[in-house]
Design a protein around this ligand. Structure first.
Ligand code: ZN
Length: 160
């Protein structure tokens, strides 16, 4: 069967950035399962999987707008270290929950100069072209329960 709305799709994937560096991948022996057409994957990847079937391999390049969004400079702010109360050992690369000008957000510490800390609330993959290598291993229809929950149950999916 081919991938249509509410198919349960099982696949292996490797994700690389525009420099060819591997950012993420499914682990060997434990592929990813997702419910198709519910926004569980980024739009640019989900669109390319539509109509494909088990055994298909594809390479998909996703532009930032169809991935994790464009990089937004206004989501970067500098705050004094003392504003990060209760967080010790602040280091570049740390991800933390912080109160920002745009409300509570998960932010990444990107720079520390003296007493000033730069926080970036963009998704770490915002602004990047993403290159997916995908191998579809199985396609099946979703169960009633999966449809009503909007996600996959069982191996590779969501567990209760
Ligand atoms: Zn569920």
């Amino acid at each position: 069967m081919t991938i249509t709305q509410d198919s349960v799709v099982t696949l292996h994937y490797t994700l690389r950035d525009d420099g060819g560096e591997v950012i993420d991948s499914s682990s060997p022996g434990s592929p990813l399962s997702y419910l198709h057409g519910r926004g569980n994957l980024i739009p640019g990847l989900e669109r390319e999987l539509q109509g494909k079937s088990a055994g298909d391999k594809l390479n998909v390049t996703v532009a930032p707008a169809d991935g994790y969004g464009k990089y937004d400079e206004t989501l970067v702010e500098q705050i004094p270290r003392r504003a990060l109360k209760g967080i010790s050992n602040i280091k570049v690369g740390m991800r933390l929950h912080a109160q920002t000008a745009h409300g509570p957000r998960t932010v990444t510490v990107t720079r520390i100069v003296g007493d000033m800390v730069t926080l970036d609330a963009n998704h770490p993959l915002a602004g990047k072209s993403l290159s997916f290598e995908v191998e579809i291993t199985a396609v099946r229809e979703a169960t009633e329960e999966e449809r009503s929950h909007g996600h996959v149950h069982g191996p590779g999916g969501h567990h209760h």
